[in-house]
Ligand binder design. Structure first.
Ligand code: GAL
Length: 701
């Protein structure tokens, strides 16, 4: 399965520190809706997956007791058990699950139940082979793995509804059940089945109304690609034509349709359960972090959303120990992205089986990830899985206990230790704690859009462009400044943040530009990067000068853009320092009072502006035209914006994160070197030692 694309090389090269200010209310809080399920005084609860159907029933009680003895507070059953819950068409068997839930409750564990829809049973596929999704190569999936159902297929949806309703009726009023997980790692698979094609046609009809309007949005006059009716429309298939031949506008719409179909499938499960379960039971799903295809923001009916996280996966990351400490950007991004939604549903317990190479995590890393999740504001962390499997494709995957079923693994002991520490920390919880003003003053929002990412990725212009890397560079710059970071969408309130970063925000309309303008006039500091504002929302060029939609706001024109060859470098100069770039450079021409902060040092446009800034009303707009190789220009420009506006930024090295949460400062270290964390005089260290070693945690207040 495609787990989160981002090139390890660029990320490893990142070396960032940045800064910012503005007096603002305290950190983004979880949605009040979601918070009601998780008393704040519990800080973060920790639990673990168990698959009763995979073990002899005679061992269940022993296993669940052991789980509880290790300190776990909840368990998680059933996401892949459709063949056991409905052994034949319409015949349900819940007796085994009843017994498992009962034993869990007796062991003092709350239970998360799952809908088993990633795993349609063999009888269902045998009877209705059309329930399987079809790949771009025209091949239909079959029984024997998971995540193979077509979410656009009405029969699959009908059987989904029935099993979900049966589960809701059976357990919806059961106080032993804490909450629900829908499906598993919804990833928005591209589906080329006949059912998906029909659904795509209806989606287009709902979106455009007439084929003429769709043709206009898709540029149908180009190469006679227009359609006479929706019924003729084919799914744009990159496998057949390649991305530079197809209409990028059609490809963008297929991404939108796929993400909407995924969201609709989850919403329909949600609605069924919500009608059957007690208000105290929450309903979520566990996104595979933030992936290219599924868009968590589209599932806004769920009580909250959670994510899965496997930091050690055969990548080099930062420094010598990086391959054992884990990817330093992913969990950092996820806690900020998902914070308002509450939890991590799967946090790696040890070695995994599915990466190209599967190293052991560094001793301490599992505990560090847990504390990082805590510092990032999460209310629960769960791990996959209690027992190491003895059979199946994941038998090399670590569990909390090893293959004998009783001996805790290294990761298991780190979980147990962290749970014990968490229980101690709860005693120090102070409901009156407020985020210190100097931290709140740096609050930064990151404008996130899957649509923009799809468009950039489908129509890159240079194969070297990588949207994830670009976004990570900006994220790293913000985190290095110790700025509390929230990922927000276009509909959110920008003015709650003194700083707003919109990286390569290519698709805009007049409404968004007007909203940005109001934000800046009202005192906000807006930072835009290359490619921003160059296209309309359907991915077309507006009939204006290049980037004409945002030129008046930026106070500069984009004269031209350039892309270099693999291995080559161009240089941007700022304050006497050189910064290397390769993938993208917008060459800028400032207008009026706009100030040039950096210029290109070579190429035929040497001396022209690369970074500009201007004041507007009470705020500023800064445009960074080059995507640099190591993100250092982005870091230094952000630092300048923070400093000029009066925010006193911190300066943390790459891989060191310092978070504030509920009165506690939490520092973790993914770098391979010790770091002396600047702790305020008079602060009380609660956990750990300073300097902070790699794979360790420091908590103070
Ligand atoms: C996750 C998945 C789990 C399990 C795990 C193994 O992505 O949701 O079911 O397969 O990976 O690391």
């Amino acid at each position: 399965m495609n787990r989160y694309r981002a090139s390890a090389s660029t990320l490893a090269a990142l070396s960032v520190a940045a800064a910012l200010t503005f007096a603002m209310p305290s950190a983004q809080s979880p949605t009040p809706e979601a918070q009601r399920f998780f008393p704040k005084a519990d800080l973060m609860k920790i639990g673990v997956y168990y698959y009763p159907e995979q073990w002899p029933e005679s061992q269940w009680e022993r296993d669940l007791r052991k789980m509880s003895d290790l300190g776990f507070e909840f368990t998680h059953f059933g996401e892949f058990a459709w063949a056991f819950l409905e052994p034949s068409d319409g015949k349900f068997d819940f007796a085994w699950l009843d017994r498992a839930v009962d034993l869990a409750a007796r062991a003092g564990l709350k239970v998360i139940l799952c809908t088993p829809t990633p795993c349609p049973p063999a009888w269902l596929g045998e009877k209705y082979p059309e329930i399987y999704l079809v790949g771009g190569d025209g091949r239909r999936m079959e029984h024997g793995a998971r995540a193979n159902g077509s979410l656009a297929n009405d029969i699959f949806v009908r059987f989904t509804k029935r099993i979900v309703a049966e589960l809701g009726r059976r357990y919806g009023q059961d106080p032993r059940v804490w909450g629900w997980q829908l499906d598993n790692e919804p990833y928005g698979p591209a589906d080329y089945s006949p059912s998906a094609r029909l659904k795509f046609q209806s989606w287009l009809e709902r979106t455009y109304g007439t084929a003429e309007k769709m043709n206009a949005a898709w540029g149908g006059n180009f190469w006679s690609t227009k359609y006479d009716s929706f019924a003729q429309v084919l799914i744009p298939n990159e496998g057949l034509f390649g991305e530079d031949s197809l209409s990028p506008h059609a490809v963008l719409d297929f991404h939108r349709f796929t993400a909407d179909t995924q969201a609709e499938y989850l919403h329909l499960q949600y609605d069924i359960l919500r009608g059957l379960v007690r208000p105290e039971q929450w309903i979520t799903t566990n996104y595979m972090n933030v992936t290219d295809s599924a868009d968590p923001r589209r599932t806004d009916r769920l009580d909250f959303i959670s994510f899965t996280m496997y930091p050690v996966r055969g990548e080099k990351n930062l420094g010598q120990l990086g391959f054992r400490l884990g990817n330093p950007w992913r969990l950092a991004m996820a806690v900020d992205y998902f914070r308002s939604f509450k939890g991590v549903m799967e946090l790696q317990p040890g070695q995994v089986n599915w990466a190209r190479t599967n190293p052991q995590p560094e001793p301490g890393a599992v505990r560090m990830w847990l504390w990082h999740a805590f510092g990032g504001g999460l209310s629960f962390a769960c791990t996959y899985r209690f027992r190491q499997p003895l059979y199946g494709s994941e038998l090399y995957h670590a569990g909390i206990v090893g293959p004998d079923g009783v001996t805790p693994s290294r990761g298991g002991l780190e979980f147990a230790r962290t749970i014990a520490e968490m229980k101690e920390l709860r005693k120090l919880y102070d409901p009156a704690a407020r985020m210190p003003e100097r931290i709140a003053a740096r609050r930064t929002a990151f404008l996130w859009s899957h649509d923009v990412m799809w468009d950039l990725e489908a129509h890159k212009q240079t194969a070297l462009w990588n949207t994830w890397d670009h976004r990570f560079k900006l994220m790293a710059a913000i985190k290095a400044a110790g700025a509390p970071l929230d990922y927000i969408g276009e509909a959110d309130n920008f003015s709650a943040y003194p700083f707003l970063v919109a990286p390569a925000y290519q698709l805009v309309d007049e409404a968004l530009v007007a909203k940005w303008t109001l934000y800046v006039e009202g005192g906000g500091h807006l930072i835009l990067t290359c490619r921003t504002g160059q296209k309309t929302k359907s991915g077309q060029l507006p009939e204006r000068p290049w980037a004409g939609l945002i030129a008046p706001l930026v106070g500069a024109e984009v004269e031209l853009f350039d892309c270099l060859l693999e291995g080559d470098k161009g240089v941007v100069r700022m304050d006497g320092q050189g910064y290397a770039w390769r993938t993208w450079a917008d060459v800028l021409k400032p207008v009026g009072a706009t100030e040039t902060l950096a210029v290109y040092a070579d190429q035929f446009y040497a001396g022209k502006a690369a970074v500009v800034t201007r004041k507007l009303g009470g705020g500023t707009v800064t445009y960074i035209g080059a995507d640099t190789i190591d993100g250092l220009l982005e870091r230094d420009v952000l630092r300048l914006v923070y400093e000029r506006s009066g925010a006193g930024p911190a300066s943390y090295p790459p891989g060191v994160y310092v978070e504030w949460r509920d009165g506690f400062f939490v520092a973790v270290n993914y770098s391979s070197r010790p770091f002396a964390v600047p702790v305020e005089p008079g602060a009380r260290i609660i956990l750990g030692t300073n300097p902070l070693r790699p794979a360790d945690v420091l908590i103070w207040r």
